[in-house]
Design a protein. Structure first.
Length: 273
């Protein structure tokens, strides 16, 4: 990253931080001006993020998603996009705030992630590999939304159970709404994840020598998929409480993060490092 690009990236992170701060202030003081300012700052961050992606495409002649740093950046871009979508369509303030915190964390992590591209990837690059990686990150973004709504569900449930619900929490969605969003998120994430895994396996067996089905990255990815599928099936059968539904999705998301950051370290053919 050049010095100019580095400075612009730091400016983008600062604008992101200011936006989150404004969302936090707005939550307690409910000022329309502050909320609009936070939203427009997030929108500027999204435009800057998108511009970085476009410039990278022009410079490298490929979609920037093949290194760990690029993957984290794309994931953070998706989270910002989802927060803008939820702000405009769903009108849910606190989930937007939490999703932006998650996006900000990944934006800052990206500053320290290695951006070196394994030379082997250049020889393996294809549309199938691009779809495999991008679909996996799309699925992770969907699971991130379910994670946020799961946390908020447990917070609201605890407040109602302890009879500590006050006006401060009045902008939280209802338990029913949060359950619906948890459902929507994993219903979207599961098929995207499945497609990603099938394409990844097909690509690996066609292009990579000595592929083992017992590779740690493959096993972890299928475990994640099975967990979310099982949770969805059991929940729809009526045999799982709302709190159990939320807790399992929180634990599953931690497995997602471990697989995202560490899975490739122990994999014999996944090439992020």
């Amino acid at each position: 990253m050049t010095e100019v690009m580095s400075n612009l990236y730091q400016m983008m992170v600062i604008l992101y931080a200011i936006s989150i701060m404004l969302y936090f202030i707005d939550y307690f003081y409910k000022k329309a001006f502050i909320r609009r300012s936070a939203f427009w700052l997030i929108s500027i961050v999204w435009v800057m993020q998108t511009s970085f992606i476009v410039l990278n495409i022009i410079e490298t002649k490929r979609f920037p998603i093949l290194s760990l740093s690029e993957g984290i950046y794309f994931y953070a871009w998706l989270l910002v996009t989802l927060s803008i979508f939820l702000h405009c369509i769903a009108r849910v303030d606190l989930p937007v705030f939490f999703i932006n915190i998650l996006g900000f964390i990944f934006m800052t992590i990206r500053l320290f992630a290695p951006n070196n591209l394994n030379p082997v990837l250049k020889t393996l690059e294809s549309e199938m590999l691009f779809i495999h990686i991008s679909f996996a990150i799309f699925a992770y973004a969907a699971f991130s939304v379910s994670f946020v709504f799961s946390i908020l569900y447990l917070i609201l449930y605890h407040l109602l159970k302890k009879k500590k619900y006050t006006k401060v929490w009045s902008r939280l969605p209802s338990l029913t709404q949060m359950t619906q969003w948890m459902n929507y998120s994993i219903i979207i994430g599961i098929p995207i994840m499945l497609i990603s895994l099938l394409l990844g396996l097909e690509y690996a067996f066609m292009k990579v020598d000595s592929v083992s089905l017992f590779d740690i990255k493959i096993i972890a990815s299928f475990i994640i998929l099975i967990i979310y599928m099982a949770v969805l099936i059991i929940k729809r059968s009526g045999k799982m409480t709302g709190t159990s539904f939320a807790w399992i999705q929180i634990y599953a998301y931690f497995i997602v993060l471990i697989n995202f950051f560490l899975g490739s370290k122990f994999s014999h053919f996944h090439l992020w490092y």
